[in-house]
Write a protein that binds this ligand. Sequence first.
Ligand code: NAP
Length: 290
Amino acid sequence: MSDTTAAKIDGKALSKRLLKEVKGRSEACAAKGVTPCLAVVLVGEDPASKIYVRSKEKRAAKCGIATRDHRLPATTSTGDLLGLVDQLNKDPKVDGILVQLPLPEGVDSDAILLAIDPRKDVDGFHPENLGLLMLGRPRFVSCTPQGCMRLIAEAGVDLTGKRALVVGRSNIVGKPMAQLLLKANATVTIAHSRTVDLPRLVGEAEVLVAAVGRPNFIHGDWVRPGATIIDVGINRLEDGGIVGDVEFEGASERAAAITPVPGGVGPMTIACLLSNVVDAAERRAGISAS
Ligand code: NAP
């Protein structure tokens, strides 16, 4: 055991700074007659989704971003939802469209995500936006990986030449995360459920991003001394507590810096979403050329 303790990378504080910046940019859009607007589509009664949507809308309002709330019953058909998406795509006052996942069983999620205009796809889930990221020319980058990159920057890590390990290969976290690390010139490994000898890979990683969804899955004593750890996992325990994918105490004894759960990646995700909305509004207002 070393006598050092990792620095905590404070996602709460960083997200506050980012939201302040987003608010300033939103006000600059408003001064040009463009109020940034996010359409939020919630289908069904999933309690966690309701909470997420409410907190996104609350934050948006604080940043001067208008929201259009579309709540639909769980019985909504793929066709009806496609109709709504089409309407929002065509509405010139809507900058971003967010369809809260998961959609109820029976709704074709892939068809819905594909139907969203890629220029309004502020979640960054559309294949065109994922493809642009793959080509190293990102437009909308999915919010959680984007937040992770901002946290790594906050920790003062220059990724060039660093060995980075992403544990998890989902389309919304693991894969885009690996692409962003690659773009930043890290040497990237992606681990998943079929990976052999994960402890060895973790032990080699100078930067570790865990996105698995299993409580305390990465043991503290696997961690390479001096590593930077970004813990994406949000796992609810039976006692109601929330922990990440990384054993926080043990890992803190070895790492140089680590994100806490909660208070790390989570708050950054919403802030990056709203930053994406304002990116789109700036394009509408002619503020940025990209
Ligand atoms: P997901 O789609 O379930 O993907 C989990 C990944 O973990 C899969 O690629 C899976 O591998 C891999 N995995 C499972 N068991 C493994 C094992 N034994 N060894 C190595 N890899 C293993 O989850 P996700 O959507 O990416 O989310 C991951 C976690 O992040 C969840 O806890 C989620 O709640 C959290 N999350 C947090 C935020 C935030 O804002 N903080 C946002 C999104 C997600 P296979 O592909 O081989 O199955």
